[in-house]
Design a protein around this ligand. Sequence first.
Ligand SMILES: Nc1nc2c(ncn2[C@@H]2O[C@H](COP(=O)(O)OP(=O)(O)OP(=O)(O)O)[C@@H](O)[C@H]2O)c(=O)[nH]1
Length: 347
Amino acid sequence: MAMNKPADQGRGGLAAPLPEQVEVPLDNDPQLLRIRRIGKKLFDVANCVIAFGNTIPPQLSSDPAANGVETAFCHDISLSDETVVVHDTRRHASLALHPAVNGAPHIRFYASHPVYNQDKVLVGNLSLVDYTPRALFRESERQMLADLAGLVERELELRSVNASQLDLQKKNKNLRRKSLIDPLIGTWNRGAIMRILTIEAIRCDKAGLPLSLIVADLDYFKKINDTYGHPAGDAVLVKVASRLRSCIRPQEALGRYGGEEFLIVLPGASHATAMTVAERMRAAIAAQPEAIGGTNLNLTISAGVASTDMFPTATTEELISRADVALYAAKDSGRNKVMNATPPDSP
Ligand SMILES: Nc1nc2c(ncn2[C@@H]2O[C@H](COP(=O)(O)OP(=O)(O)OP(=O)(O)O)[C@@H](O)[C@H]2O)c(=O)[nH]1
């Protein structure tokens, strides 16, 4: 019997402890199944098994190329960092005692080659199993077995690269999201809402649709801060943002334009529609007091509305400043009001 290294330990008696966190593929990974099928055909053996250090052996695999008993047998043998060839298992000290050797399906031949991950950590073995002993396992066959194990390693590497890429994409997405969202109230921040306004203005212009915007501002907010403290003021901003958000549709956007000033972009909305939305917002805030830190606070907003159907040639900046003028008119006329920006000669 020629053998490079005795496969004489059960899974519980590994010579070297397995790394805890080794990424291992699933047993029914299609790429690995393909490699196993090639191995089976190439070496004309009963089975080609890829056993990973920390996977549970699939006793009943759905894979037609796999045989549960042989797979379990290969999982029972400790990982080896060298090529192992057992020409006849009946003559091997410990394998001869294995139930799959001294009983059905009477495994007689076993060969394996180590599989490393990209960190050069031993993670598994690619093994061949057959029912008849083999007198010979040539050097060229050892080389082919090593090449096959190399294909498995390549798969692991690809898998790891894909996972890192996905992770990076996720992180980028989160970072991008963070750069667009106001950290306190969770609406678009000023930069993001301005970008949305620019994009929507171009889109509506091309489509021949109107575009409206609302600038809404909390009334007497300084008094809330002064009376109840800045954290209470922050809580008010969060609640108000939530009520405003409930008044708009998904294709409309709410952003924090300044401290307690909100910009709402309404693509496709006419001036009349925008006035209705702004009035709905005003009513939603004034409808009932907000409980902040055990105190019921009566809140109101004032709002100014400007639309391209009233100012067809206005730039987005001009529209905002028109809405701002209307907002201050609403403040001047007593607050808790909505005012519209109209051209000087309109009724
Ligand atoms: N708590 C809190 N306060 C803020 C924040 N940003 C701005 N403010 C405060 O908002 C207040 C705005 O005050 P003013 O501009 O006088 O407005 P106002 O008191 O609402 O008065 P009117 O708008 O005229 O009704 C200031 O006290 C700012 O410090 C914030 O993020 N959190």
